[in-house]
Design a protein around this ligand. Structure first.
Ligand code: PHE
Length: 345
């Protein structure tokens, strides 16, 4: 009996000493295998007399069951250990701080364009987009700009193959938009009725051969056009003053309409603004060109200048952005330096 107890304990401690399933199978063979110690004991029973055989047989069986039980327990324990170390290896620490995903932001000039669109939308203007690669007709001729006008010089304009050019201003959109507006309302006009007013802004990229701290070969403009039966320079003043004061959130911003010349407006004016306070206070800052649309341009739009008149302006959103945020070099907007740009997020 004592021998059997010792055997069971030997088996238990052998199993305890195993740390992999394979080791455990080897240990099992030592006790329960074909030549294992328990198996050998069973074989020894054969030589015993019947009574003895019964007693010994029952005792060995009990020991065998005890060994099998401790084997099963150890198997389970090893399996548990394996699972828990696997889980540990794949552990997900939900307490860790998340990985920061940097958020982008709009480019400062895009912020300005959005703001311009919002303000003009509130004044009933629609927004139109036009091509950056233009024909000579829309960029110059239709805008009453003669062949020998200096703006056409090779130094000012990027010419593209096939007789096209990169638009030097957004003014071609005056013609493009007006022509399609007139086309849409041609039936009314043919019937001698009044067509709905044209009230549009056209923001976008423009190009000139020019590069320094305040000029870039690519820059932005935003055109404005209001044509109706009786739209005058007075309306230009009201609309543009209202726009500037809203844009800069300064109700006592002062505007100056300085006489100027553009082939497609008559009279023409350069618009300057002056801040009542702040670092730029007291200086006149040019923000737009403007004027009453020239009768020849009205005609090129497909309208009768005796019936229709209005104003146009072209402003520089880059300039407005510089003034709004106090940026002193235009090129910063187009360098793509994230340290500069992220300040506007
Ligand atoms: N297109 C002119 C420029 O680029 C600005 C302008 C637009 C002037 C509309 C008058 C009317 O300088």
């Amino acid at each position: 009996m004592n021998d059997l107890n010792a055997l069971v304990m030997a088996a238990q401690s052998a199993f305890e000493g195993c740390h992999t399933q394979a080791d455990l199978e080897n240990a099992k063979a030592q006790f329960l295998g074909k030549t294992g110690r328990i198996t050998e004991l069973m074989k020894g029973l054969a030589t015993l007399p019947t009574e003895e055989k019964k007693l010994q047989g029952a005792a060995i069986n009990q020991a065998k069951q005890a060994v099998e039980m401790s084997l099963t327990q150890r198997r389970q324990a090893l399996a548990d250990e394996e699972l828990s170390s696997q889980l540990k290896a794949q552990a997900l620490d939900v307490g860790l701080p998340g990985r920061l995903r940097p958020t982008g932001g709009l480019h400062p000039v895009s912020l300005t364009l959005e703001r311009i669109e919002q303000i003009f939308d509130s004044m009933g203007f629609e927004v139109a987009q036009g091509p950056e690669i233009e024909t000579d007709w829309y960029n110059f001729t239709a805008l009453n700009t003669p062949e020998d006008h200096p703006a056409r010089s090779m130094h000012d304009t990027f010419y593209v193959e096939g007789g096209y050019l990169l638009r030097t201003h957004t003014s071609p959109m005056q013609i493009r938009h007006a022509v399609s507006h007139v086309k849409r309302h041609q039936a009314l006009l043919d019937a001698g009725q009044v067509m709905p007013e044209i009230r549009v802004i056209a923001p976008g990229r423009t190009y000139r051969v020019d590069s320094d701290a305040t000029h870039s070969p690519m820059f932005h403009q935003c055109e404005g056009l209001w044509i109706g039966e009786n739209i005058s320079f007075k309306d230009l003043k009201v609309v543009f003053t209202d726009f500037c004061r809203t844009f800069f959130e300064s109700s006592d911003l002062v505007l100056r309409f300085r006489p100027s010349f553009f082939p497609f407006t008559e009279p023409s004016a350069e618009i300057d603004i002056q801040f009542p306070s702040g670092p730029l206070a007291g200086r006149w800052l040019e923000v737009a060109g403007s004027g009453q649309v020239h009768p020849q341009v009205i005609r090129n739009m497909g309208l009768d200048p005796e019936h229709y008149m209005g104003f146009a302006f072209g402003m520089g959103p880059d300039r407005l952005t510089m003034l709004r945020y106090g940026v002193n070099d235009l090129r910063l907007f187009f360098d793509g330096d994230i340290r500069f740009l992220s300040q506007f997020r």
